[in-house]
Design a protein around this ligand. Structure first.
Ligand code: NAD
Ligand code: IPM
Ligand code: MG
Length: 346
């Protein structure tokens, strides 16, 4: 049977970058079914909630989920009881058990000039952020009164152990090095994190090189010695922040894809790292490459189509090598032009 991909365009630039991605996947694998649903702010407007039961069920029944981005000023509010687009995102990650978020950062030589860093510092950088995605402060109890607010950061040892295993396994297929990032000098959850990571390492992965780096230092080291990192494993909030920082090594947040994976055999979710970019929405100028590269991760991790994934990644590389530059990369190409450039190399 043809694989089924649920697509969630979401808000802002989401629909603009998802539509050409669907065309590219169809062109690559032909025999595939797409099922599109409202999600995020668009779903709040239609149904009063960012994630309906129907959409959650559709995602659970799919082979993979392709998501663009959610959110925007229309739904920004400080009211703790108002629905928020981001609740849909956290809700679907939790509902699908997507605890492992893989964010590869592989700056291309063709884009070194677009990077925030000097060429000699970026050269050779190829790292993978493994972000824990369903625990930590994002999902702990939240309280708010007229004078107080709190967000609880909570992890179980089982949650830390499984993401540590994901990171060590990933490192074995790469350069065999893991940097575990925490704030163990201050946070109890970080001391637990460090202890569990080392227990898993000693028991099953002593062949992998392991270093601990405090998160504030890591933020600095990422722009001082990015090429020395291989796999960076960290908790939910630190991973969110460090991956946006790492994105700038590639030249733009518009270049970074991600895969969110759960238990083997369950559907994964694939989405760019960037958001709905409300400041440029509706203008046809969004960089679609992070979305295309997320589709490549879907083909690889979600559908087991390695050859097609690699050919899409090669087409993106070739288009950039040939000079494709969207505005975020210092050029003038719009979304349609970028799509054509990639298609011409498929
Ligand atoms: N996964 C998601 O759906 C996701 C991720 C991050 C932020 N958000 C949401 O998106 C909204 C906007 O957040 P933000 O402005 O902080 O972050 P953002 O990533 O949307 O935008 C940050 C900056 O990067 C630019 N940018 C982002 N993607 C781009 C692309 N593909 N091409 C060209 N430029 C691009 C934007 O124009 C903006 O200047 C918020 O509501 C936020 O919650 C959603
Ligand atoms: C929109 C927001 C909830 C989300 C996150 O913090 O996980 C985003 O920033 C991301 O990186 O996917
Ligand atoms: Mg983020």
């Amino acid at each position: 049977m043809a694989p089924k991909i649920v697509t969630l365009p979401g808000d802002g630039i989401g629909p603009e970058i998802l539509a050409p991605t669907v065309d590219i996947i169809e062109r690559l694998i032909g025999d595939v079914t797409f099922e599109e649903h409202l999600f995020g702010g668009a779903s709040i407007d239609a149904h009063g909630t960012a994630l309906t039961d129907e959409v959650e069920a559709a995602c659970k029944g799919a082979d993979a989920v392709l998501l663009a981005a959610v959110g925007g000023p229309k739904w920004d509010t400080t009211d703790p009881n108002a629905p928020r687009p981001e609740q849909g995102l956290l809700g679907i990650r939790k509902a699908l058990g997507l605890y492992a978020n893989l964010r590869p950062v592989r700056p291309l030589p063709a884009l070194y000039d677009a990077s925030a860093l000097k060429r000699e510092i970026i050269d050779g950088t190829d790292l993978l952020v493994v972000r824990e995605l369903t625990g930590g402060i994002y999902f702990g109890e939240k309280t708010r009164t007229a004078t107080d607010a709190s967000d609880l950061c909570h992890y179980t040892t089982a949650e830390v152990e499984r993401i540590a295993r994901t990171a060590f396994e990933a490192a074995r297929g790469r350069s065999n090095r893991v940097t575990s990032v925490d704030k163990a000098n201050v946070l109890e959850t970080s001391r637990q994190w460090r202890q569990v990571v080392h227990e898993v390492h000693a028991a099953d992965y002593s062949d992998v090189e392991l270093e601990d780096v405090l998160v504030d230092n890591c933020a600095m080291q990422l722009i001082v010695r990015p090429s020395s990192f291989d796999v960076i494993v960290t908790e939910n909030l630190f991973g969110d922040i460090l991956s946006d920082e790492a994105a700038m090594l590639t030249g733009s947040i518009g270049m970074l894809p991600s895969a969110s994976l759960g238990a083997a055999g369950d559907p994964g979710l694939f989405e760019p790292v960037h958001g709905s970019a409300p400041d440029i929405a509706g203008q046809g100028i969004a960089n679609p490459l992070a979305m295309f590269l997320s589709a490549a991760m879907l083909l690889r991790h979600g559908l087991g189509r390695e050859a097609e994934a690699a050919s899409l990644e090669s087409a993106v590389d070739a288009a950039l090598a040939e000079g494709l530059r969207t505005r975020d990369l210092g050029g003038t190409a719009g979304t349609a032009e970028a799509t054509q450039a990639v298609l011409s190399h498929l």
